[in-house]
Design a protein around this ligand. Structure first.
Ligand SMILES: Nc1ncnc2c1ncn2[C@@H]1O[C@H](COP(=O)(O)OP(=O)(O)OP(=O)(O)O)[C@@H](O)[C@H]1O
Ligand SMILES: [Mg+2]
Length: 257
């Protein structure tokens, strides 16, 4: 099983959109794929049509992360037409507080959840927009990450903070966390100077370190989300971004077992 986290603490940079479309691309290539919604706001879960699961009574992913050995995460999985989903739950707004208060392996619970999910070729984890304990759990569990960024100065700064956080987790936990791709997301042409400079900075910084992909702003991407699926879904309209997401999926296959 290969697991990748889609992570970036900055909000609204395309984490959820990329998670859904990379999952769609991998599924279209014939893989058995699971997405995990690790964001308490549950945008992935709700976008894909699982509003009931997001609002459901316990047990949920909240309980599975809090006490992984008391809750079998496979019983929480729901089926989307393209891939499976381990939904977020509204209770997860309490999770960061609980993790810190418990003191017991507070950053390695997601790892214990993943260990119980061995039936998939690929697991993609949609991370929350924060550098808190949930994101640490996601980074330590997946250890392979995809970083979405916007073509903007604010994303350059955000990446520096994220890379520092990764270094400190690597030091504290003796692990290696690898950036497997940088996804410059929701790019709108024509570019202004700030956008062009940011894209150049990303390409220079990640040159030789990880492949850099550019995902353009497309109404078709937005519309497929509104119809609860990826651009690879049966009813999705044609868009040139399928080629980009297919290239990203191929790059993930290359670094996979
Ligand atoms: N390629 C794209 N084309 C069109 N719209 C896009 C594209 N990528 C992202 N968006 C839109 O941008 C908004 C933010 O994207 P998304 O929710 O994926 O970001 P996020 O990083 O997951 O946000 P959060 O930090 O709140 O979890 C969404 O409304 C999404 O539909
Ligand atoms: Mg999101």
């Amino acid at each position: 099983m290969n697991s990748f986290a889609i992570t970036q603490q900055k909000g609204g940079v395309g984490k959820t959109t990329n998670t859904i479309n990379i999952a769609g691309a991998l599924a279209a290539r014939g893989h058995h794929v699971l997405t995990i919604d690790a964001d308490p706001q549950g945008y992935l879960t709700n976008t894909l049509g699982f509003r009931d699961a997001y609002q459901s009574d316990p047990p949920s992913l909240y309980n599975a992360i809090n006490s992984p050995h008391d809750h079998d995460p496979t019983t929480l999985i729901v089926e989307h037409p393209e891939f499976d989903v381990l939904p977020a739950n509204i209770d997860m707004f309490r999770l960061e507080q609980d993790l810190i208060a418990s003191g017991r392996r507070p950053r390695q619970r997601m790892e214990d959840v993943l260990d119980q999910l061995d039936d998939y070729d690929y697991v993609l984890i949609d991370a929350p927009p924060s550098l808190g304990p949930i994101n640490d759990n996601v980074l330590l569990a997946a250890q392979d990450i995809l970083i979405p960024v916007e073509a903007a100065d604010s994303s350059v700064l955000a990446i520096e903070h994220l890379l520092n956080q990764i270094e400190s987790l690597e030091r504290d936990y003796g692990v290696q966390i690898t950036e497997q791709a940088l996804l410059i997301s929701n790019v709108n042409y024509p570019l202004d100077n700030e956008q062009a400079d940011a894209i150049e900075w990303f390409r220079d910084t990640f040159d030789g370190r990880a492949p850099v992909f550019e995902v353009r702003n497309r109404a078709a991407v937005k519309r497929s989300l509104a119809s609860e699926g990826s651009i690879f879904g049966e009813e999705a309209e044609d868009t040139d971004m399928t080629t980009v997401y297919d290239d990203i999926a191929a790059a993930l296959e290359e670094v996979s077992d």
